[in-house]
Design a binder for this molecule. Sequence first.
Ligand code: SAH
Length: 345
Amino acid sequence: MKTSFYQYTLAELRALFAAHGLHASGPARFFHWHYKQHRREPCTEDIAKLTQSWVREHLSFDLPEVDTVQLSADRAVKFLFRFADGKKVETVLIPSKKKYGICLSSQVGCAMKCSFCHTGLQGLERHLGTHEIVGQLLAAQRWLTEHRPGDDRISTIVFMGQGEPLHNFDAVKAACEIFHTQHGLSFALDKITISTAGYLPGLERWSSEMPEVNIALSLHSTETSKRNELIPINAKYPVEKLLQVINAIPRKSKRFVIYEYLLARGFNDGEADARKLGEALKGKKAFVNLIPFNPFPGARYQRPTLSEINAFKATLDEYAVPSLVRITKGHEILAACGQLNSRQS
Ligand code: SAH
């Protein structure tokens, strides 16, 4: 059975080539050809015949299939991608000026069961492999090049789609290495953000193992009882411990830590909540993304009104903690945060 070319970091491909006695210059050439030049067929340029035939026999270059594409008036694009085993995930392109950010999924479903998240309701079906994470970006890039030529640049990557990225640490880490390497897609590390619900075992590995990408923590409340309701793993990995571990991650890799704060009407969007958030983050290198709750069928929370959202932000501003209300994109195609659910698509 063939393995996917896209599951290998450059170091792993070099080791694979070495183990099979193939030419050491091949891996960098393959990376350049497929990631920089976006070629579909296996590289033949300056590659020994023996290597070419070994690669054709052992590696596959297939990308996830586009099952459906939904377009939003604001240029957001939501893909439902289908993998070889029939499992599907959603990936979203988020427009900004002439470029796009891509929101990647890391698992089919999710084990975290956050009470406000559509994906959580689906439960975890399986982790994605590195090639399936990288494949989402390559397939979305291919679609853009074909359908929006001249307006096809993906400039940032966020792991904020389906799944808990730190629960699938090794595959996400390898995907980040592939995105970053200069022989490959050459994304700067500060253009990549991993968002976590607070999966402590992954955060504890971060400093020593993860490339220095941005960290985003889904905070949503600083109060134990409220956060336990929103994010059940908080009972096992409490927020105080998470903040401690995140703050201990070396400075350079920390840059600004992004804290996501979901605003659910009448639940965690009051003045007292804003003050607790301000107290917890003041003086830290923190940036807060305020995300008004995005409803989905059967949801138990509500979205606050614009004036309630603005009042929350104004209180937080008193603590000089920088924040931004995340303008929802792709809302009409259920492509916004927490609305992804590949079962019902
Ligand atoms: N598992 C990761 C990444 C997935 S979701 C994490 O929890 O961080 C990306 C962001 O969207 C998270 O902050 C998540 O809490 C938020 N989110 C999930 N469902 C939402 C909803 N219905 N409305 C608004 N934000 C939501």
